[in-house]
Design a protein around this ligand. Structure first.
Ligand code: GTP
Ligand code: MG
Length: 219
């Protein structure tokens, strides 16, 4: 909590699945890694599935109805809407202090769609910056975990270094407090790599996407 965490990675690496899972897990008691909290889920791509929440709730031995009631779901239809939702969140959080997680999946998709072309890049970055700072402020003021996702594309033209780069220009490189890269491994296995965490060591974990949800890999 009190910081923004970014999961970035290519298509199908599990970013949305992680967002679903943390919206369930935040509801667990502290001794099980949760915060006894509720979640706000801002979906910008239309990939949220209540059925998936249901399966993950069962996987954690929780009552699916109750878990679903503790997730405030909002679908953002464009970037202005996405920003307006965050504008109004403060009021919602004051009203319901049990909100402990805000998810934005994905943070960039609507901005990319609304601001095409090089001539609009500066305007996009300015709006995006405002949006990200607003989210960070909510995290800090109300002791909330803000989690955003960002799809990155493979760069086949790059032969050296990491073949993926975050889309969003430099903005996203500096605003999030913690950045995790998600990569594909064999089958349903994925690798999450901690990058740029100020208070945590760099490291990698292997996880799996199963019917019950996102789990540590047994390997
Ligand atoms: P983009 O949004 O396209 O960038 O991808 P993403 O990183 O959000 O990927 P997502 O979280 O959607 O992960 C997709 C993968 O999760 C699929 O390839 C499946 O392997 C797995 N998955 C999604 N839904 C289910 C499900 O209901 N059951 C199981 N077992 N796996 C699922
Ligand atoms: Mg996704």
């Amino acid at each position: 909590t009190r910081t923004m965490t970014e999961f970035f990675g290519e298509y199908g690496t599990g970013k949305t699945q992680i967002c679903h899972q943390i919206s369930v897990n935040v509801q667990l008691p502290p001794e099980k890694g949760g915060l006894n909290g509720k979640a706000v889920y801002i979906d910008t791509e239309g990939t949220f599935r209540w059925e998936r929440i249901e399966a993950m709730a069962k996987g954690q031995g929780l009552d699916p109805e109750q878990v679903m009631n503790n997730i405030y779901f909002i679908r953002a239809v464009n970037s202005d809407h996405q920003m307006a939702i965050v504008d109004e969140l403060q009021e919602k959080i004051v009203e319901d202090p049990s909100i402990k997680l805000i998810v934005v999946d994905s943070v960039m998709a609507q901005f990319r769609a609304d601001y095409t072309g090089r001539e609009n890049l500066a305007a996009r970055q300015q709006k995006l910056n405002k949006h990200l700072h607003q989210l960070t402020k909510l995290a800090e003021m109300y002791d909330i975990a803000v989690v955003i996702t960002n799809q990155v594309m493979a760069r086949p033209d790059m032969f050296y270094g990491d073949p993926t780069t975050a889309v969003g220009g430099h903005t996203l490189y500096h605003v999030p407090g913690i950045r995790l890269q998600v990569k594909r491994s064999r089958g349903n296995k994925r690798i999450a790599r901690m990058i740029d965490a100020p208070h945590l060591p760099e490291g990698e974990v292997v996880f799996e996407i199963t019917e019950e949800g996102v789990r540590d890999s047994q390997e």
